[in-house]
Design a protein around this ligand. Structure first.
Ligand code: HEM
Ligand code: HEM
Length: 417
C-alpha cells in the first residue's frame, strides 16, 4: 500500500483537488482519501489536466446512466481547444473510434451487431472449451512449480486464459493464437513505450485483418463471422474498419480486465481462508466469490472518460460541462454509504446492492457473461485441484500494477500444495 506524496517536480494541486498518480499504487488507499472529500471529487490527471472522479456508488450509478453525460470526445473541452498534448498518455482512451467513445444512435449502431452476436448461448457454448483450456493451463502451472513448489499464477494462468478464450470466441485459427497473444500483451503492457505500443497495435490490426479475411472466406459459428454477416447484410451497418476495430476492442477490453479479476479473486481467497472454506464446503458458490471480488477489488479501478454535456449537479457537487470525468469503480465498490460500515470486508455471502464493476447503463460491459464464466470456471478448477493453494509471499508485499485504470498486482506467486 503506497501513500507516497506526488513527485517533487509537480506543482501542488489546487486546494480541494486530488492528484491521480500515473504510477499507480493501492487504489483503496487513494480511494479512501478521495471518498473522504465526498462522492464526487476534483482530480488532477497526468499532464496537469483538470478532471473529476465519481466515486460514490449511488452517484456513479446515476452518472453512468445520465442522459446529459456523453462519451464522445467532442464534449471534452480541453481536447477540442487544443489544450491536450498529442502524446498525452490517456489520449487513446479518450479518442479511440468505436463504441466506447460513441453516444446515442451511433453507439447503438456500433454496439448492436456485437451484442446480437454475443449471445448467452454462444457464451455458454464455450464452457467445455474454457474448461479444457483452464485444465491445460493448470498442467503447465503444475509443471512450472516442480522446481520449488511455487509458480506465478498471474503470468502462467490468469494472463493466457482470456486471450485463448477470446481467440475461440472470435474464431481465430490456432495457428494465429500465439501471435495474437504476444501482440495483445504488448498493446496493453503498461510498461511499454508509446512506439512499442503503436507497433504492437499495428501488428495486431494486421493479424485481426487476416482473421477477418479467413472467416469471410470460410464462415463459422463465431463472433467474427457474425460481425461480417452484419456488415454484409445490415445495409452497411458496420464498415470494414469498424469490424476490425470491434475485434480489437474485444481483445483489449477482455484481456487486462479478466486477468485482473482472476488474479484479484485468487489473492482475496488465499488471504481470507475462511471465505475460501465456505466455497470449498459448498456453503457459498464460486459465482458469489467472483461477484464479491468484483465489488471488493474491482479489476477496473477508474475508467476514462465521460463528459457532462451541461453543468450537472451530482449529490451536492457540480460537474462542469466538458471536464473529463473518471468512473471510479473500485471506490464505489467500497462506498460505506452503499455497502455498509463493513464495506472493506471481503465477504462472499454478502447480500447488498449489486456492484457497478462491470459498468451500468448503455455502456454496460458487453463481455460480462463471458467474464463471469471464465472466472468461475478458473476458480473452480484451480481450487478444486489445489485446495491447499496459498500465496508464496506475504500478501502486502505484492507489487501493485501500474496506472490507475486497472487494479491488480503485478505478480501472484503461489505455492500449490
Ligand atoms: C472481469 C472482466 C471484465 C471487467 C471487470 C469489465 C469491465 C467493464 C466495464 C467497467 C465497462 C464499462 C466501461 C465504461 O464505459 O465505464 C466495460 C465495457 C466493455 N467491456 Fe468489459 N469487462 C470485463 C470483461 C470483458 C470481456 C471478456 C469482454 C469481451 C470479450 C469485454 C468487452 C467490453 C466491451 C466491448 C465494452 C464496451 C461497451 C460499450 O462501450 O458499449 N469486457 N467492461
Ligand atoms: C483493467 C483495466 C484496464 C487496463 C489496465 C487497460 C489498459 C490499457 C492500456 C495500457 C491501453 C493502451 C493505451 C494506449 O495505447 O495509449 C489500453 C487501450 C485500450 N483499452 Fe484498455 N484497459 C483496461 C480496461 C479497458 C476496458 C474495460 C475497455 C473497454 C471498455 C478498454 C478499452 C480499451 C481500448 C478501446 C483501447 C485502445 C485500443 C487501441 O486502439 O489501441 N480497456 N488499455
Amino acid at each position: 500500500m503506497t501513500t507516497d506524496p506526488a513527485p517533487a517536480q509537480d506543482p501542488p494541486p489546487a486546494p480541494g483537488t486530488y492528484r491521480m498518480r500515473p504510477g499507480g499504487g493501492c487504489p483503496h488507499a487513494d480511494n479512501a482519501a478521495l471518498l473522504a472529500r465526498g462522492p464526487v471529487a476534483r482530480v488532477v490527471l497526468p499532464g496537469e489536466i483538470a478532471g473529476m472522479a465519481v466515486l460514490g456508488h449511488a452517484e456513479l450509478r446515476e452518472f453512468l446512466a445520465h442522459p446529459d453525460v456523453a462519451k464522445d470526445p467532442r464534449h471534452f473541452t480541453a481536447l477540442r481547444e487544443g489544450g491536450v498534448p498529442d502524446g498525452w498518455p490517456l489520449r487513446t482512451f479518450a479518442t479511440v473510434p468505436g463504441m466506447t467513445t460513441a453516444d446515442g444512435a451511433d453507439h447503438r449502431r456500433l454496439r448492436g451487431p456485437v451484442a446480437a452476436a454475443f449471445t448467452p448461448s454462444r457464451v455458454e457454448a464455450l464452457r467445455p472449451r474454457i474448461t479444457t483450456l483452464v485444465d491445460t493451463l493448470l498442467d503447465e502451472v503444475e509443471e512450472a512449480a516442480r522446481a520449488d513448489g511455487t509458480a506465478d499464477l498471474r503470468r502462467l494462468f490468469a494472463l493466457p486464459l482470456p486471450m485463448a478464450v477470446i481467440g475461440e470466441l472470435l474464431g481465430v485459427d490456432p495457428a494465429h493464437h500465439e501471435r495474437l497473444h504476444a501482440l495483445s500483451e504488448r498493446v496493453v503492457a503498461t510498461g511499454a513505450g508509446p512506439e512499442q505500443t503503436l507497433a504492437a497495435n499495428r501488428a495486431l490490426l494486421a493479424v485481426l485483418g487476416e482473421v477477418a479475411a479467413a472467416r469471410a472466406a470460410d464462415p463459422g459459428d463465431d463472433l467474427t463471422s457474425a460481425l461480417i454477416a452484419a456488415r454484409d447484410e445490415g445495409g452497411g451497418r458496420l464498415d470494414d474498419a469498424e469490424v476490425i476495430g470491434t475485434l480489437l476492442l474485444m481483445v483489449v477490453a477482455g484481456h487486462e480486465t479478466t486477468l485482473n479479476l482472476v488474479t484479484n479473486a485468487v489473492r482475496a481467497l488465499c488471504a481470507h481462508r475462511d471465505q475460501l472454506r465456505l466455497v470449498l464446503d459448498g456453503r457459498a458458490t464460486w459465482a458469489q466469490a467472483v461477484e464479491e471480488t468484483l465489488r471488493w477489488d474491482s479489476p477496473v479501478s477508474a475508467f476514462p472518460f465521460r463528459y457532462a454535456t451541461r453543468d450537472l449537479t451530482l449529490g451536492s457537487t457540480v460537474i462542469p460541462a466538458g471536464l473529463p470525468v473518471l468512473a471510479g469503480y473500485s471506490a464505489a465498490g467500497r462506498d460505506r454509504a452503499a455497502h455498509g460500515p463493513d464495506a472493506d470486508r471481503f465477504d462472499v455471502t454478502r447480500a447488498g446492492p449489486r456492484h457497478l464493476s462491470l459498468g451500468h447503463g448503455p455502456h454496460y460491459c458487453l463481455g460480462a457473461p463471458l467474464a463471469r464464466l471464465e472466472a468461475t470456471v478458473a476458480l473452480e478448477r484451480l481450487f478444486g485441484r489445489f485446495p491447499g493453494l496459498t500465496l508464496a509471499e506475504p500478501e502486502e508485499t505484492l507489487p501493485p500494477a501500474a496506472g490507475f485504470v486497472g487494479n491488480s498486482v503485478r505478480r501472484l506467486p503461489v505455492r500449490l500444495r
